[in-house]
Design a protein around this ligand. Structure first.
Ligand code: ZN
Ligand code: ZN
Length: 263
């Protein structure tokens, strides 16, 4: 797949989350659980231009995803999308100028098709997203040119999530808990059957372990578990390249204090 989009994981973990998906006609901010100052610092460090952000997508109301939203909204004119459950799920959020959407809505934003899907989490109505750039191939047929999947804060991957994450070039996956959860959870099965060998060729280039708990997990364990799930051994603790029958798969970990840029 040609990279039409880029992903910046500006903060990931139980102390604050924020990410930017940069598309052909602007960027989208996913969640803001860190301060505006920290957001700008991380973006600068990652080479991500926040002045391109046209809309904000809020996955759910937990403070590690919304703590910075109020201040951000004071400096932002674009739409802030959330489900009604999220918008009313926390006292501090009710005054914010949300544009309400359903957890399975499709939006057209910044030259991207944004597909929301429900996640499984202990909040009102959480969702995550697939980002897609579509266009015509040489024969004039409509096709997916690039896709990014984002599934964080979910106990398991719903059927809607599995469908939405299919064939994504870049995949951010919840890895909050311990290695045993990754080993016995949906990821190994998912990676093996739905990504690594899905349609006979590997679409996914990069998998990012997201939202890693500081108490219950370590980046090294998450990276290792994801690598093992596709039959590879992690070469080091925070980044590895797994060779599969279809090519190389990069596996890395989003961090609490260090931004990550995936092109
Ligand atoms: Zn949460
Ligand atoms: Zn969270």
């Amino acid at each position: 797949m040609t990279p039409y989009m880029h992903l910046y994981v500006l903060a990931s973990g139980s102390k604050g989350n924020a990410a930017v998906v940069a598309g052909p006609e602007g960027s989208l901010l996913i969640d803001c659980g860190i301060s505006r100052k920290a957001l700008h610092e991380r973006a600068d460090e990652a080479g991500c231009d926040l002045s391109d952000v046209r809309a904000i997508l809020v996955t759910h109301e937990h403070g590690d995803h919304t703590a910075g939203l109020r201040v951000i909204c004071n400096h932002f004119d674009g739409p802030v999308f959330a489900t009604a459950g999220t918008a009313t799920g926390r006292k501090g959020l009710v005054q914010l100028p949300f544009t309400l959407i359903d957890h399975d809505e499709v939006l057209e934003l910044c030259g991207m098709r944004v597909q929301a899907f429900p996640t499984s989490h202990d909040v009102n109505d959480p969702m995550c997203f697939r980002f897609e750039v579509r266009g015509q191939d040489e024969l004039g047929d409509d096709q997916v040119l690039d896709a990014i999947g984002w599934a964080t804060d979910t106990g398991y991957l719903t059927d809607e999530a599995l469908d939405a994450l299919y064939g994504c070039r870049i995949l951010g996956l919840e890895a909050n808990h311990d290695k045993r959860m990754l080993e016995t959870g949906p990821y190994p099965y998912y990676l093996k059957t739905r990504i690594a060998s899905a349609s006979g060729h590997l679409d996914t280039e990069t998998v990012i372990a997201l939202h890693i708990s500081q108490e219950n997990n370590r980046p090294s364990l998450a990276v290792r578990a994801l690598a093992e799930s596709v039959g590879a051994t992690a070469a080091n603790d925070t980044f590895t390249e797994a060779r599969t029958s279809d090519g190389l798969l990069s596996i890395c970990a989003g961090a609490q204090d260090r931004p990550l840029a995936v092109w």
